[in-house]
Design a protein around this ligand. Structure first.
Ligand code: ZN
Length: 371
């Protein structure tokens, strides 16, 4: 067989191909050089901005590679990009948290930040770049210290976003309180808030920890009140006790009273006739008393009773011992559930009518949170 010498035309083609290959090789070398630089920086540089611009250069260099080489190096490039992005996210979180902490105005804001800070601390723990890890820890130190130190004043009586249906009594469980503002005016927490309206309560302590609670007081007006027979006195059903849950309309149709004495004596809230002594659907012992005010009938119901000392048909007054507080029926502890209504479903209305006609007992009984 005879060897043919390449024609001139073929030579040019071969030269061009090898020139192309050489150029691709050069591009690949410079790409890999940049990647190497980035990998070193990832391990020991604290300058994330420089690292990010290096990644931009690498991306640019990558886009000039042949399709074959791009396919070959794509996944390693993505890993590199993700590593840098993760570090940038940690850096941003640290910056943002310092800023958000300055803007925080509620317990919820602080709780969120404390939660996010835990996640960021976890991420920092896995940073495989000692100098950067140290920088992160030191940059975050101040924010974390403040977040750990913050114990906002605790306010009792109302909770965030509450719609209060009776006068609100505020107690502040923080002796270091320096400033209590209600709608930007100085507020004395021993006063109760009884006017309908929107309120912003702001409590600050010596360490500038701040709690802000917004709520609305919405006490339903009840025409019965103005028609009250002054001879019918309403009194609390316990001689000593406190309120564990207020009336919230259909959400909680009565008021829960409790006492340090689990066998506290229960008295009628006003003079009336005992019309029912028995149990409810959950097995709670209940008593119902019918009261008459200016020819209008209202009912009071006493739930979860341990003992009842009267029978249907008997007339009782405020001073009669009606029975003993208990935890019968659907109850998690000794308390009295007191409900009032303008109709009585055991006698003259169905349960849904009853629900629509319930009354806030504190429209009748002088309100006290604790006595
Ligand atoms: Zn209750």
């Amino acid at each position: 067989m005879q060897l043919t010498t390449p024609s001139n035309e073929n030579l040019i083609q071969i030269t061009e191909i090898s020139k192309l290959e050489t150029e691709e090789l050069e591009r690949l070398n410079s790409y890999q050089e940049l990647v190497k630089q980035a990998e070193i920086a990832l391990k020991n540089s604290t300058d994330l901005k420089a690292l990010e611009s290096l990644i931009a250069q690498i991306q640019d260099s990558f886009s000039k590679l042949s399709i074959n080489n791009q396919n070959l190096y794509l996944s390693s490039l993505n890993i590199l990009k993700n590593s840098v992005q993760e570090l940038s996210e940690i850096e941003n979180s640290i910056k943002n948290h310092a800023e958000e902490l300055k803007q925080a105005t509620s317990i919820a804001d602080i709780t969120n930040l404390q939660q996010e800070a835990k996640e960021v601390q976890n991420l920092i723990a896995f940073v495989d770049n000692e100098p950067l890890k140290e920088k992160f820890i030191s940059d975050y130190q101040n924010t974390l210290k403040i977040l750990n130190d913050i114990t906002p004043p605790v306010i009792e009586g109302i909770t965030d976003q509450e719609n209060a249906f009776q006068p609100v009594n505020v107690s502040i469980l923080d002796e270091t309180t320096t400033n209590v503002l209600l709608n930007d005016e100085p507020f004395d927490p021993s006063q109760s808030i009884s006017d309908n309206g929107d309120y912003i309560l702001e409590v600050t302590d010596q360490a500038f920890n701040k709690t802000i609670i917004t709520f609305q007081v919405n006490i339903p007006s009840n025409e019965l009140v103005s028609e009250l027979d002054s001879s019918l006195d309403f009194t609390l059903p316990l001689k000593k006790g406190y309120i564990t849950q207020n009336y919230k309309g259909s959400l909680h149709m009565g008021v829960d009273f409790s006492s340090d004495d689990k066998s506290e004596k229960i008295y009628p809230i006003a003079q009336g006739e005992v019309i029912y002594v028995g149990t409810d659907n959950y097995g709670a012992n209940i008593v119902k008393i019918k009261h008459e005010i200016n020819n209008q009938i209202i009912y009071s119901t006493y739930g979860h009773m341990k003992e009842v000392y009267f029978q249907e048909g008997q007339i009782v007054s405020n001073q009669d011992l009606l029975g003993i507080m208990g935890s019968t029926g659907k109850s998690s502890g000794e308390h009295l559930h007191l409900e009032m209504s303008t109709c009585d479903y055991t006698e003259n209305c169905d349960y849904s009518t009853y629900k629509m006609n319930i009354l806030d007992p504190f429209e009748f009984i002088p309100y006290k949170p604790k006595w």
